[in-house]
Write a protein that binds this ligand. Structure first.
Ligand code: NAP
Length: 289
């Protein structure tokens, strides 16, 4: 089974949301840096591609795989389908079949390592979605199933019908977005043995000095704790996510190798409980009761 689900091991993943198809050199440099740092999990989606449009990021990954196949030895690529800009979401069998076949072709792989439903389509019954996903597994088109941005109830409903294990739930989670810690999502993941992939673990860069005023208190606490540990605040954001007992992998998105190096320190920093709760209290705006 893919490394994402191994408990007790701290790891980061690298995401392609911010790439367009033309960024071959930059992406090659970043994937090389990520692979050297031991990152084996790459995350993309059919809709990613920036100015190159739908499919651009997957085509970029396909190009990288052709140019530097060794870089991908032992790595796994997760992708997503189910966003249909017209609908805006569609999880019909026919549409997801198109998504999966398109991703396979753009990535240039025989099987998708991990396929997520990018966002829940409320108009598709979970029994129908489950049958579609189980069909992809049976056909050998996808190796593992994930959900992204589902509610606790939506995960429960899908799991009720899905025969394949629901391996991962990908959701927005960072010191600037802590809702999944309190809304039952992470408790469900621990109860049901679902790995969590945390998207925008630095709140998409909004935890930095130029971030919005509502994240200022969190940023100040990150800066203070970072100074104490002699690392960058971004490393403390990673350590914060990795200290939670759910099996969490932060998916980082920087395109600067130096910033990747800074965040890696978060794998070894040991936050005290007091420091962890200081971040929670800053994010909630009040002390724990
Ligand atoms: N499932 C979903 O719905 C969903 C949604 C969004 C994202 N995702 C996944 O999550 C991945 C990561 O998202 P993200 O890019 O928003 O993650 P992130 O790591 O929170 O944000 C990265 C952004 O923050 C900037 N940044 C500013 N200061 C930084 C610092 N000190 N260190 C590092 N970065 C800093 C980076 O700019 P520089 O490049 O200049 O460093 C980059 O633009 C995506 O690529 C995608 O795979 C999934």
């Amino acid at each position: 089974m893919i490394a994402l689900t191994e408990r007790g091991k701290k790891r980061l993943a690298y995401g392609f949301w911010r790439y367009h198809e033309g960024q071959v050199e930059e992406a090659l440099a970043m994937v090389s840096a990520a692979r050297e740092a031991g990152i084996d999990h790459l995350d993309t989606a059919d809709v990613y591609g920036g100015v190159s449009g739908y499919g651009g990021a997957e085509r970029l990954l396909g190009t990288l795989r052709k140019q530097a196949p060794k870089l991908f030895d032992g790595a796994f690529i997760a992708t997503k389908g189910g966003i249909d800009v017209k609908s805006p979401y569609c999880s019909s069998q026919a549409y997801l079949q198109e998504c999966v076949d398109g991703s396979l072709s753009r990535l240039g792989v025989a099987r998708i390592d991990l396929f997520y439903i990018h966002r829940p389509d409320i108009l598709t019954h979970p029994a129908e979605l489950a049958a579609t996903l189980d069909g992809f597994v049976a056909a050998g088109k996808i190796a593992a199933v994930g959900a992204s941005n589902f509610t606790v109830g939506q995960v429960d409903a899908l799991k009720r019908y899905l025969k394949a294990p629901l391996v991962a739930h990908q959701l927005q989670l960072s010191p600037g977005h802590i809702e999944p810690i309190f809304d039952g999502t992470l408790d469900q993941a621990m109860r049901e043995n679902i790995a969590i992939a945390a998207w925008s673990p630095l709140a998409g860069g909004r935890l930095g000095a130029d971030g919005p005023v509502e994240l200022q208190a969190v940023r100040q606490v990150l800066v203070r704790i970072a100074a104490h540990h002699g690392v960058a605040p971004s490393a403390i954001a990673m350590a914060f996510l990795l200290k939670h007992p759910a099996c969490i992998t932060p998916i980082i998105g920087t395109q600067k190798p130096q910033r990747l190096t800074e965040m890696l320190a978060g794998l070894t920093v040991q936050l005290s409980s007091r420091e962890w709760y200081d971040i929670i209290e800053a994010a909630r705006g009040h002390r724990m009761p």
